[in-house]
Design a protein around this ligand. Structure first.
Ligand code: NDP
Ligand code: 2IT
Length: 448
């Protein structure tokens, strides 16, 4: 049996009931086959792949907090410090009832390669909790965040592990966590990114993932003789990534006609009104029904009632920006029938393996999340740089660096795919380019 297959079987056996983790590992290992086989003996002797798929450290902890009725609630807390070969662990914290160890491991594993692709010195990590911020008061969210950090602060630090936002963790949560870290340690350091602008946050971090997604998509289209301007775009999600993807797509001359949340989706043939979307989602924390109620051109579709999602809408470019496995094979077939030319992942692993294969085989330009959404973590790393030098850069400076990083990522993964005879396979290109740097650093640092 080949080394790649052996390691994949080992991952499934040793990590039962973690399907998302298996899926992420499978995608990466399949792409690496050509690289591993060229150097199999050395990699096998060093157990390089076994070390790559095994987190350096997994921290699991209890998060007790008191709700507004005086009732004690208990959540599970997670931080998986996956790989520190090229820098301190870096990656977000997801707060969502679906969070479990397998989901955090899939996200942490993806983060290793994503962070490597940015070209910046950051290792891979991820964390979170099954806490659901939806419907909680600010005081309840603060109580949870303070309890979460009261345990996690022992394991994080500006030079060891730097968490940030992800689903359910935005500026409010990062603020509460930062305050508690500072209180416990007495340190005013860049231990978290996505901070508010008054206490060490970076300009353009809020916009970075969505903007970066569009910078990369624009470059991918350009290198294939196409232009983002004038295209019809379907976006899923209506959170941090989706909102700024919509905004940048519109700035680049595209028309975005859909957004979604976990219960429904909007079709707005006149183009999404970003100011209204921000008001509904960022200020009121309300549902998309409120967007539809305030805009006559918008149609609201209830996912459960209709059994549909936004991928039935005809578009040139699809940008899944909500969550994992939200674009399956049937969705991919519909998109292709409707003439989609490009899919770029704003979320982490939103496209199933079968759907990815179908899109690629149908000639759709497909950019995986670990490349396409790397602008968020890249700008987090720029926030770390600013914190270290105790300076703040202008919006234009950060945005300019973000754009350069995204354009470089595309060219690096394109070149890696070509080098291994996989021209146009950007999934393989991203995995190979991300892997090679980490593998070289791991090899140089010995068996650790
Ligand atoms: P937010 O919490 O701001 O928004 C998440 C959006 O996705 C919401 O519209 C939410 O709807 C929807 N959503 C979440 N879970 C589900 C689900 N199970 N089914 C359907 N819809 C769902 O998160 P972000 O925008 O920050 O993150 C979105 C994706 O982007 C995630 O995959 C994240 O890992 C990834 N990402 C985020 C980065 C960042 O910088 N924030 C960086 C790189 C990747 P609802 O409100 O109804 O729950
Ligand atoms: O998935 C991701 O890259 C993020 N949620 C952002 C991580 C970060 O450290 O900014």
């Amino acid at each position: 049996m080949s080394y790649v297959d052996e390691v994949f079987d080992m991952v499934v056996e040793k990590n039962p009931v973690q399907p998302e983790f298996h899926q992420a590992v499978k995608e990466v290992l399949e792409s690496l086959r050509v690289v591993i086989e060229a150097n199999e003996e050395a990699y096998r002797k060093d157990a390089l792949l076994e070390r790559l798929v095994t987190p350096e450290r997994q921290i699991l902890f209890r998060v007790p907090w008191v709700d507004d009725k005086g009732q004690v609630q208990v959540n599970n807390g997670f931080r998986v410090q996956f790989n520190s070969a090229i820098g301190p662990y870096k990656g977000g914290l997801r707060l969502h009832p679906s969070v479990n160890l397998g989901i955090i491991k899939f996200l942490g594993f993806e983060q290793i390669f994503k962070n490597s692709l940015t070209g910046l010195p950051i290792g891979g990590g991820k964390g979170g909790s099954d806490f659901d911020p939806k419907g909680k008061s600010d005081r309840e969210v603060m109580a949870f965040c303070q309890s979460f950090i009261t345990e996690l602060y022992k394991y994080i630090g500006a030079d060891t592990d730097v968490p940030a936002g992800d689903i359910g963790t935005g500026a409010r949560e990062i603020g509460y966590m930062y305050g508690q870290y500072k209180r416990l340690t007495g340190l005013y350091e860049g231990v978290l990114t996505g901070k508010g602008l008054t206490y060490g946050g970076s300009l353009a971090r809020t916009e970075a993932t969505g903007y970066g997604l569009l910078y990369l998509t624009e470059e991918m289209l350009k290198c294939n003789g196409k232009d983002i301007a004038g295209k019809t775009v379907a976006v899923s999600g209506s959170g941090n990534v989706a909102i700024y993807a919509v905004q940048k797509a519109q700035q680049l001359g595209a028309k975005v006609v859909t957004v979604s949340d976990s219960t429904g989706w909007i079709y707005d043939p006149e183009g999404i009104d970003v100011a209204l979307l921000k008001e509904v989602k960022e200020v009121k924390r309300a549902r998309l029904t409120e967007y539809a109620a305030a805009r006559s051109s918008a149609q609201y579709h209830d996912k459960a009632l209709e059994g549909t999602n936004q991928w039935i809408v005809k578009c040139d470019v699809a940008l899944p920006c909500a969550t994992q496995n939200e674009l399956g094979l049937e969705d991919a077939k519909t998109l292709v029938e409707n003439g989609v030319i490009a899919v770029a992942e704003g979320a982490n692993m939103p496209t199933t393996l079968e759907a990815t294969k179908y899109l690629q085989e149908s000639g759709v330009l497909f950019c995986p999340g670990k490349a396409a959404n790397a602008g968020g973590v890249a700008t987090s790393a720029l926030e770390m740089s600013q914190n270290s030098e105790r300076l703040s850069w202008t919006f234009e400076e950060v945005d300019g660096k973000l754009k350069d990083i995204m354009v470089n990522i595309f060219h690096n993964l394109d070149a890696a795919a070509k080098k291994y005879g996989l021209d146009g396979d950007y999934v393989a290109g991203a995995n190979i380019a991300g892997f090679l740097k980490v593998a070289e650093a791991m090899t140089a640092q010995g068996i650790v």
